[in-house]
Ligand binder design. Structure first.
Ligand code: CO
Length: 137
């Protein structure tokens, strides 16, 4: 059986000050932000820092009721989720559901930069919020 997980798409880090986090990655590592986007539906402002074929996704909330705002209030800054790249988000999500795991998204939905995504509940995935990311083609 071939793995459905083809790459680490991104590792997401929740931060209080997005500009400060970007400036730190640029100054310390010479890292490059290749994408900025406000995703209104998720209530987040994000920056993607390129690392080889993957990204570090720096995330900050755009409103108090966003899940990331709640996360920051509860946990402070830090690792928020890990995103695995898959060829077929719907297929991967079905496999998750077939395993009996809890999902946050019952069906794939639009993510940032034109991707299709779905989240798996961390209670079912060993304490890690997982995002499945299918690149647009
Ligand atoms: Co993500």
């Amino acid at each position: 059986m071939t793995s459905q997980l083809t790459e680490i798409d991104h590792v997401a880090i929740a931060v209080n000050d997005l500009d400060a986090a970007i400036a730190w990655y640029e100054a310390v590592f010479g890292a490059e932000v290749v994408h900025r986007e406000i995703v209104e539906s998720d209530g987040v402002d994000e920056a993607l820092v390129k690392v080889a074929e993957s990204y570090i996704q720096l995330l900050t909330p755009t409103r108090d009721d966003s899940p990331v705002a709640k996360y920051l209030a509860k946990n402070g800054e830090g690792l928020h989720h890990i995103a695995y790249r898959v060829d077929d988000c719907a297929k991967a999500l079905e496999a998750v559901k077939a395993s009996g795991a809890r999902v946050i998204d019952e069906a794939p939905r639009p993510g940032s930069r034109g991707t299709t995504v779905a989240f798996v509940h961390p209670k079912s995935s060993f304490g890690t919020l997982i995002e499945l990311v299918e690149e647009s083609r």
